[in-house]
Design a protein around this ligand. Sequence first.
Ligand SMILES: [Zn+2]
Length: 131
Amino acid sequence: MKRIPDEACASICGLFCGACPSFPEECHGCFSDLVREGCRGCADHGFLDCAASHHITRCYECEEFPCVKLREFSTKPVINGICNHANVIPDSLRMKEIGVAQWICEKIAEHKCPKCGRLRNWFEMGTHSCD
Ligand SMILES: [Zn+2]
């Protein structure tokens, strides 16, 4: 299998794709050619095109950050009471502050189960059980 660059799991909009149930089996992130259906072309949000037109890589680099589009994105969808987009703005700010590579390390630490070491996805953070 082709190696996925580490930075692939830091999305344009500020999501940690390492916590996505589709990553890396069905999706290699929004910079790759293998993108899960819901994120293809960033769906109706179009962050990929938007970032290109602003000559930036990720939203936090943009002078319009946090724009209306990103703010709306951070409120939906809500699945089983969890909006996995909820932290894209603070997470983007953190990326800007400490750099993408360090941010990924932080996110891995946050999502790693202290017991089994597995990376918990967004929707199982509160419910994951190793048994
Ligand atoms: Zn566990």
